[in-house]
Design a protein around this ligand. Structure first.
Ligand code: SF4
Length: 368
């Protein structure tokens, strides 16, 4: 081998130069498992988890912070240029070289900031991560939102093998149910599929898209917050919807009719007359009460009704979808080492391939 040995960059270079092949190997192993009959393919559990990107929270910038830095850099460039003119004749040659380098570094940084601004405008975002613009600040609660990627997996619930995965920049799971379920259905080569996911995936659009693609989804409804007045006024659930007449009946037995076209995926309904109502103090501070209904509310209701009829589904989801993430997060220390969607997708494909190899080997060992 002529003393050939890996150095600190060997694995990183291999991963960078062979991204497509690594992703292909991960996919090929899933198809191999399918062809070997390893999947039960009766239920697929979908789940998502945030993985930290290789960038610190301090590198999250908005337009104002970028503008402030540009202003500072332009002042520094102007100072350097005027200083260079004055000292041109006096300074020794090596000092001039150092000044030119500093000037060039400032100009490079200025160009980088321009690219970040373009990124913000192009993707219509408020925040961008300096040095890792494919990632996005994600997370809940107080404190900073660290730059992260949202990793999605679809797991064969009976065997625990990952059927499909994806690295995305979606800040939540609301738009991921249908794409993940559809990809899993295609990989498994099925005409119809049953999937289960947690409340974060609850969405009328996704429920309707799943129904249209012969995917039966079990996703609990997101409990809505009562944001009427002080929070103790009637919320949406106090209004009964009549599908035949496409209208609501309020707690005082009066009618709310649909008004105008769909806006932000929902239709709005308004009471015809709230005058003289004894319940008005508990209903609205406006002249009339408005209620909205998602354009695919029927599909959403059918989806959450299935969960109510089969509460065991959520236990199955927990047992199957959360285990792979636990193992993969331990393998990767919960964060990516690579940057950009291309690098992180390769890194995740390696981890999923490793997980599936271990899982399928264990299954074979158990079956002996
Ligand atoms: S305020 Fe209007 S919508 Fe509310 S209960 Fe009374 S009549 Fe019905």
């Amino acid at each position: 081998m002529r003393r050939l040995a890996p150095d600190h960059k060997t694995i990183a270079d291999y991963r960078r130069e062979n991204g497509a092949a690594i992703i292909g190997a991960c996919r090929a192993f899933v198809l191999f498992c399918r062809d070997q009959g390893l999947f039960k393919a009766q239920l697929v559990a979908i789940d998502g988890a945030k993985f930290r990107a290789a960038a610190s929270t301090n590198r999250v910038l908005d337009k104002q912070r970028i503008a402030e830095e540009i202003e500072k850099i332009e002042k520094q460039i102007a100072q350097y240029l005027s200083g260079l003119d004055e000292t041109d004749a006096l300074e020794p040659a090596e000092n001039k070289g150092a000044a030119a380098n500093a000037l060039s570094a400032l100009k490079n940084r200025r160009a980088q900031l321009d690219r970040l601004l373009e990124h913000l405008d192009r993707d219509d975002r408020h925040l961008v991560v300096d040095g890792e613009p494919d990632s996005r600040p994600m997370g809940f609660g107080k404190g900073g939102k660290p730059p992260s990627y949202n990793v999605q997996i679809a797991v064969d619930a009976d065997t625990g093998i990952i059927v499909h995965h994806d690295v995305t920049d979606e800040v939540n799971d609301q738009r991921m149910l249908h794409p993940m379920a559809k990809a899993a259905k295609e990989t498994l080569g099925l005409d119809a599929l049953t999937v289960v996911a947690d409340t974060g995936y609850s969405s009328g659009n996704e429920a309707a898209a799943c129904e249209a693609d012969a995917i039966t989804a079990y996703v609990p409804a997101k409990r809505s917050v009562n944001n009427q007045g002080t929070g103790d006024q009637f919320d949406r659930s106090s209004f009964a919807y009549n599908a035949e007449q496409d209208q609501f009946t309020c707690p005082a037995d009066r009618i709310l009719r649909r008004k105008g076209p769909v806006t932000r995926n929902a239709f709005n309904y308004v009471s015809q007359d709230c005058s003289g109502c004894d319940l008005k103090a508990r209903c609205t501070q406006a002249e009339r009460r408005w209620v909205s209904r998602h354009q695919h509310e029927d599909a959403l209701e059918r989806m959450s009704a299935r969960v109510k009829e089969n509460p065991g589904m959520m236990r199955k989801r927990r047992c199957s979808a959360e285990h792979p993430f636990g193992t993969i997060k331990r393998m990767m220390s919960g964060r990516f080492l690579t940057r950009g969607i291309k690098g992180t997708s390769t890194e995740m494909a390696l981890s999923v391939l490793a997980f599936n190899l271990i899982r399928s080997t264990n299954l074979k060992a158990l079956a002996r």
